[in-house]
Design a protein around this ligand. Structure first.
Ligand SMILES: NC(=O)C1=CN([C@@H]2O[C@H](COP(=O)(O)OP(=O)(O)OC[C@H]3O[C@@H](n4cnc5c(N)ncnc54)[C@H](O)[C@@H]3O)[C@@H](O)[C@H]2O)C=CC1
Ligand SMILES: O=C(O)C(=O)COP(=O)(O)O
Length: 527
């Protein structure tokens, strides 16, 4: 088997390359390329490992014909076009915890640098000015820190600030009151935070809701003399308004590690009294870089070599514990999805995925994604578990999930029902010996089949002689039958025949089968 190829396109700790190789990948480290150079290069690679410098745009994803996974050695993924990667079936992963302590420490360092004006005092002292009377600072003890965003990094900042005897208030709509109590902080509304905080630190991702959260209007609502630290993302603060607020004294100090446009080689903020900055160094410590490099390499190799999914942003994660249990279910789900996809004609309004018995105890997300992937792959070759839920939504398909924990006739069952113009029909399957996928019901008829390889599906009137006729037809055309699965609604009613065959059934033979007496429907299927 050829090894998957991974490109590391941003500066990364060498452990990333080492671990990817040990994990079974071929690796190239080529950093600092222009977008055009990356577009020309990316076509060969199965995996791409990045930090924040590489911008993974639509153009790059389009050029990446083999790409299966993008691994971000860090947290923020606003440099990756995730919706487009999802549409193209590319998994996007990050390392959500590896650099959070380091970034929280940088925010605290920036807070002290502002409180005691360390950068400017250092510069003037080294110029020989000994400016002992020019730098009156403030204590942080007893001051109020306002956190905007209290997730991983925000809560570490909170714990450090509490250790410094600060009072901490936080605005985060997703922070539960219980978690706030656990952290020892007060959950507040944004206006309240703006009015009360002596220091504000930002720790949210950049989203439509957080963009410009410190707008001109909100900066005007702050306590006069506030000091602001941003080690999260540039677009969270209106930089022009911040410059004006520093000039007017409304804001006494601002420390930015991140800018609206990076690299920030010029800014109206540069040189403004009370303004300090670093060039996106939040995650730059030896410890954090080793952490994220090891994590991203392990995740990429595990995905490309074993199919394991960790920390994916556009696909349900599969833990090492869950993966082996879920694997046969995903195979079953994918085959049932494919079966209904092949048998359904006409427009589809809804697909329902019902898990019953042991199946209902499992994480349903990967099972649903596998059904949708199986279903939609009958319409497009580029569908996989990553883009299937996205495509289903795009096509206006309603997806329902139902769980029944009590087992019915089978200890475990997945039922896939589709609602079309002509009504609702379903197929169902179970696992034999907890590992072998089997179809057990097809449109209300009990039938047992493996759904593996080429097959033939026939609906006919249940009458003597039919099996002989179909056997003869296939024999005359040198088609060898592997398994023969028969089911019927009632004696003399409608019968279903599912045959597994050694070779795909040619269209001409399908036509001949359709012409046999009593035959209602014939299709060649493939799994
Ligand atoms: N400067 C640097 O080098 C680094 C920057 N970062 C950035 O730091 C930021 C925070 O990272 P984490 O704490 O790991 O993320 P996280 O996802 O753990 O926490 C983000 C928090 O923001 C909250 N949030 C979301 N929308 C909000 C809104 N509208 N208003 C208020 N709060 C909202 C969420 O509920 C969540 O609690 C990210 O933008 C990340 O990219 C992360 C690492 C290094
Ligand atoms: O992890 C993050 O979100 C960061 O912003 C760190 O960026 P970097 O990897 O240092 O370019």
């Amino acid at each position: 088997m050829t090894k998957p190829r991974v490109l590391i396109s941003d500066k990364m700790d060498p452990n990333a390359e080492r671990l990817l190789r040990e994990g079974g990948c071929d690796v190239d480290v080529i950093t600092g390329e222009t977008p055009e150079q990356l577009i020309a290069r990316i076509g060969d690679y199965d995996g791409l490992a990045i930090r924040s410098s590489t911008k993974v745009t639509k153009e790059i994803i389009d050029a990446a014909k083999n790409l299966k996974v993008i691994g971000r050695a860090g947290i923020g993924v606003d440099n990756v076009d995730i919706p487009y990667a999802s549409a193209k079936g590319v998994v996007v992963m990050n390392t959500p915890f590896g650099n959070s302590i380091t970034t929280a420490e940088h925010a605290i360092a920036m807070m002290f640098a502002l409180a005691r004006q360390i950068p400017e005092a250092n510069a003037q002292t080294q110029q020989g000015l000994w400016p002992k009377n020019g730098f009156m600072g403030i204590e942080v003890t007893g001051k109020t820190l306002g956190l905007i965003g209290a997730g991983n990094i925000g809560s570490i900042v909170a714990s450090r600030a509490l250790g410094l005897r600060m009072k901490v208030v936080a605005f985060d709509p997703f922070l539960s009151p219980e978690r706030a109590v656990e952290l020892g902080i007060e959950k507040v509304e944004l206006d309240d935070l703006l009015a009360r905080a002596d220091f504000i630190t930002l720790h949210t991702p950049l989203t439509d809701q957080t963009r410009n959260i410190l707008s001109r209007e909100n900066l005007a609502k702050t306590k006069k003399g506030v000091r602001i630290v941003n080690c999260a993302r540039g677009g969270l603060i209106d930089e022009a308004a911040l410059k004006d607020a520093l000039d007017s004294g409304q804001v006494a100090g601002a420390a930015l590690d991140v800018f609206q446009t990076e690299p920030a080689k010029e800014s109206p903020l540069f040189g403004t009294p009370g303004f300090i900055c670093t060039p996106h160094l939040g995650a730059s410590t030896n410890e954090a870089q080793v952490n994220v490099a090891l994590q991203v390499a392990e995740q990429i190799a595990d995905f490309l070599v074993n199919g394991g999914v960790t920390n994916a942003l556009n696909m349900p994660s599969l833990s090492a514990e869950e993966a082996p249990k879920l694997k046969p279910y995903m195979a079953l789900a994918q085959r049932l999805g494919s079966l209904v996809g092949q048998l359904t004609t006409g427009s589809l309004a809804r697909i329902s995925i019902h898990t019953e018995g042991a199946a209902a105890e499992l994480n349903a997300k990967p099972i649903v994604a596998a059904v949708l992937a199986g279903f939609l792959r009958t319409q497009s070759d580029t569908v996989n578990m990553v883009n299937a839920p996205f495509l289903a939504k795009e096509r206006g398909l309603e997806v329902r999930e139902v769980k029944t924990e009590k087992a019915g006739d089978y200890h475990t069952l997945i039922r896939v029902s589709v609602k079309t113009d002509s009504g609702e029909r379903s197929v169902a399957g179970t696992l034999f010996s907890n590992s072998e996928p089997r179809l057990v019901e097809l449109f209300g008829i009990k039938v047992e089949a493996e759904l593996d390889g080429p097959m033939m599906y026939i609906v006919n009137e249940d009458a003597p002689g039919f099996i002989g006729r179909i056997g003869t037809l296939l024999g005359e055309n040198a088609i060898n039958i592997g398994t023969f699965n028969l089911g019927r609604r009632e004696a003399g009613g409608e019968a279903v025949l599912l045959l597994s065959v050694d070779e795909p059934v040619p269209a001409a033979v399908v036509e001949k089968a359709r012409a046999l007496p009593g035959v209602k429907r014939v299709m060649a299927l493939g799994f």
